[in-house]
Each structure stands twice: as C-alpha cells, then as structure tokens.
Ligand binder design. Structure first.
Ligand code: NCD
Length: 329
C-alpha cells in the first residue's frame, strides 16, 4: 500500500525524538503517521512469519487491564509474540493488582516501566491515563479508556477501510448504535477528521447520541455529520456501516436503557445496502448484527479482527522496535 504523501510532505522519520511517543488519543496522531503505520502493517503481513519473528526480540511489553477485554488483550499479546517479544500482564488489574491497595496509576506506570519497554493499558476512567502516562519511562498505549477513547481500534478500523476500499477520503460512513458511551466511535470519528470529503451519518437511540463536547469538537474540525432516523435511508446512503454494541454496563438512566437494543442489522436489511458497502463492528457483538449477515461478502468484521493483529504489530514495531521510524516499503 502506498502512502498518499509526497516526499516533501513527509516529515523526517528517523528523528531522535519520535513524533508519537504514547498512543492515548487519536487527537495526537497526525495523518502522515497513521498512513505510515497502515503501510507498515501491510508490509509486515506480506512477510513470512519467520521474517518478522525477531523484530522485538529481547523486548518486554506490559499489559495492564483494569476493564474486561478478550480480543484487544489477546491481539496485543499475539502481536508481541509474532514479533518475538515477551508480554507480561495483569488481567483484571483492578482486583488482582496493587490498585486494590490504593496505588495510583502514575506510580504503577513508573514501576512497570522499569520492567518493560512499553505498557498497554485499558482503564475504566477516561482521563486518568493521559495524566499518568507523563510519568511513564516507556511508551504507553491505550487499549481503551472508559467511555472516552480507543485509539488502536480506530487505527485498525481505518486500516480495514483502506484495505476494503483502497482509500478513506470521500467515503460516507454511517456510525450506528451507542454513540454516547462507545469509545471506538469517538476515536474513529476523531480519526476521520484527518481525511478529506468524509460524510458521517449518525444513527442512534434518542438518548445515546454523541457527547455534546465531542460533537462540537468534530464539527469545529470540519467533519460533516448528520443524524438520520430512517435506518433504510442511512444504510442505503453509506459506504461504511460501523455498527456498535449498546454499552449496557455504562448506561446511567432508564431513559438511556429505554430504546437500547432497537438498532439491529438483519439479513433483510442487506438489500438496502450498496453493492460495495462494508459492515464493520469492533466486536464483541451481542445481537446488533444477525449472525446470518456474516456470510454476506460485505460483512467485514472478521477481516477487521485480522487487520487488528497486523496493525498492532506495526504499532509496537514503530514505537519500540529497533526499526521504528523507518519508512515502510
Ligand atoms: C470494544 C471496546 O472495548 O471498546 N471492543 C474492542 O476493543 N474491540 C467495543 C465494545 O466493548 O463494545
């Protein structure tokens, strides 16, 4: 895959201070860097496994999960293993780690950073990690923070869109489901502000729309967004249909819970979608996409999972590999 940047536009890559040290919010990630990462993911996947198995040899990556996770944690651990590094982790860190004794996240990162070369953290509070990461001696990668952001999911979502369509610019993206608490949508929309000619269609239960501050931020960044209440109108207009789970565990009122669960993609809806449309979902799915939809070639969510592995390999290689900062071929 080629980056759309010309050589003059591309900043010097082999700088002593990497332009991205921690990956905590998509707000900190420039387009050229995301493009470079996607190109590196594509390059790594094209190589035989034996050719990439030494790239992180001798490196140790810590994983701290204060909230439940299956795929994000395993995909990071698999990415580390494929590159020949070692992952050490605390799952269910809230219960089983020193957080239970009242240790602050800032201290945890300072300590774990002594043992490791990078730390992957999933935390339940949206803002805690950004403040604490300043104290980490090693790069910190967010694996999702409460209802805030999930930057690596957005990177793999972009990579999936790029692979499926050959481009990201100019697409109509319908984001559906829980736009209030769904952190993957928050990060994806922020990432889409970096691209040209994107139209966003918002489909959500009345009480689960985008947080107002985020909607303002995205509008100020020039992202064109409109709400659509007709599912048929939204699905027939979209190139990318990004369906999400209702975050039941985060709902705060009866009003929020009232219509939750009303937005399903059913086999009968496929006829509304464009022939080249693609359905994405960060997973886990509950019942918001009927399993019979899976056999339709437009269902891209399991391909998205595989892309996540390569994207996370590229990210680790870029941040802590000895080859980080090199231009992907
Ligand atoms: C998402 C998450 O944790 O935010 N899952 C993931 O990382 N792939 C989506 C969700 O939990 O609904």
């Amino acid at each position: 895959m080629r980056s759309s940047l010309s050589d003059e536009q591309r900043p010097g890559l082999a700088t002593a201070t990497p332009p991205v040290r921690h990956v905590l919010s998509v707000r900190d990630l420039p387009r050229w860097w995301m493009e470079q990462l996607m190109a590196k993911a594509e390059w790594l996947r094209s190589l035989p496994r034996s050719a990439v198995g030494q790239r992180l040899s001798g490196k140790i990556v810590g994983t701290l999960f204060y909230e439940p996770s299956t795929r994000t944690r395993l995909s990071f651990e698999a990415a580390v293993a494929r590159l020949g590094g070692t992952a050490l982790g605390a799952e269910n860190a809230l219960e089983h780690s020193s957080a239970k004794k009242g240790e602050t996240l800032r201290d945890v990162l300072r300590v774990v950073g002594v043992y490791t070369d990078a730390i992957i953290v999933r935390h339940h509070l949206p803002d805690e990690l950004e403040a604490a990461a300043e104290w980490s001696p090693v790069p910190v990668i967010s694996a999702g923070t409460g209802s805030g952001e999930h930057p690596t999911q957005a990177l793999l979502d972009l990579y999936t869109i790029r692979r499926e369509f050959g481009r990201i610019d100019g697409l109509t993206v319908c984001v559906m489901g829980d736009l209030k608490y769904g952190r993957t949508v928050h990060s994806l929309l922020r990432a889409l502000t970096r691209f040209e000619g994107i139209d966003v269609i918002l489909v959500h239960p009345e009480a689960l729309g985008l947080p107002e501050a985020l909607a303002r931020e995205l509008a100020a960044a020039g992202l064109r967004m409109r709400r659509e209440v007709s599912l048929e109108a939204a699905l027939s207009a979209a190139d990318v249909i990004y369906q999400t789970r209702i975050q039941q565990e985060r709902l705060r009122s009866a009003e929020e819970a009232k219509e939750a669960g009303a937005l399903h993609i059913l086999p009968g809806h496929l006829r509304w979608m464009k022939p080249h449309a693609r359905i994405l979902h960060p997973l886990p799915r509950v019942d918001e996409i009927h399993p019979d939809v899976d056999v339709d070639p437009r269902a891209a969510y399991f391909r998205q999972v595989e892309n996540g592995l390569y994207l996370r390999m590229a990210l680790l290689d870029e941040l802590i590999g000895d080859h980080g900062g090199e231009v992907a071929r």
